[in-house]
Ligand binder design. Structure first.
Ligand code: APR
Length: 235
């Protein structure tokens, strides 16, 4: 049985990482156009670097929570693929192994020349003027607004092969990621864990667990196991 997880900022909220669109979220204090677009990078790289340096330092002080850990544990008995919009590495640190980062990875910088060169930022900091061996300037390994999402085809393929889809902690406001649930095949059960945005989704036949991820994800996993056990699907 293949379980596909689509995670967003809410799964890391209890680890101390701010979401984007909740009250007090990151986009309240920063304008997307100033820090998360290719134009911002051209116009004011220092402001962009400072924004992601702060995010990295915050991440280095954070730890996976019970939701990340429950998904890693699930890999011991099921095929689990995580498609995450998050740029943090908390799924990796929890022990999950099949993770697709739709929006890049915060702990990496990459060549702005699209040469494939990537560098892990162990101390969390990027400085103005950093270059890579290929001569191009290094940029944060983040998929900014207005840029293509290179992993999208693979994400669509994985979702189209899911037996169960578990959506956790995303407002489903950002495309193309938010459109992924439309690729779930007929008969695929869909679960949503989110303390806030569930009413509109339950009307669409999605099973909603209106709780924070740390308690909601273990509940959703138990429901998925029970549902497919009863449906006779082997794991
Ligand atoms: N557990 C589960 N969900 C939570 C929790 C929690 N403890 N706290 C908040 N949430 C939910 C909120 O109710 C909201 O629906 O997490 C969701 C967070 O939504 P967003 O802030 O919009 O984050 P996300 O959906 O991941 O954003 C998508 O937008 O700015 C970009 O690139 C950024 O990847 C990001 C994308």
């Amino acid at each position: 049985m293949r379980i596909v997880v689509l995670s967003g900022a809410g799964i890391s909220a209890e680890s101390g990482i701010r979401t984007f669109r909740d009250a007090g979220g990151l986009w309240e204090g920063h304008r997307i156009e100033d820090v998360a677009t290719p134009e911002a990078w051209q116009r004011n790289p220092d402001m962009v670097l400072d924004f992601y340096n702060q995010r990295r330092l915050n991440l280095l002080q954070s730890h996976p929570n019970a939701a990340h850990l429950a998904l890693a544990e699930l890999e011991k008995t099921h095929e689990v693929h995580i498609i995450t919009q998050n740029v943090d590495d908390l799924h990796e640190r929890a022990g999950s192994t099949k993770i697709l980062h739709l929006h890049g990875e915060l702990m990496y910088a990459r060549s702005s020349g699209e040469t494939g060169f990537r560098l892990r930022l162990d101390d969390g900091l990027m400085h103005a003027g950093m270059r890579c061996p290929d001569g191009f300037p290094l940029r944060p390994d983040i998929v900014w607004f207005g840029e293509p999402v290179p992993m999208m085809d693979e994400a669509i393929y994985l979702t189209s092969k899911a037996d169960a889809l578990l959506i956790v902690g995303t407002s489903l406001e950002v495309y193309p990621a938010a459109g992924l649930l439309n690729f779930a095949p007929h008969g695929c059960g869909i679960w949503l864990v989110d303390p806030n945005r569930h009413q509109e989704k339950s009307a669409q036949g999605i099973r909603c667990i209106a709780e924070p991820a740390s308690s909601g994800v273990p509940k959703a996993i138990a429901e998925i196991k029970e549902f497919y056990g009863k449906a006779g699907t082997h794991s």
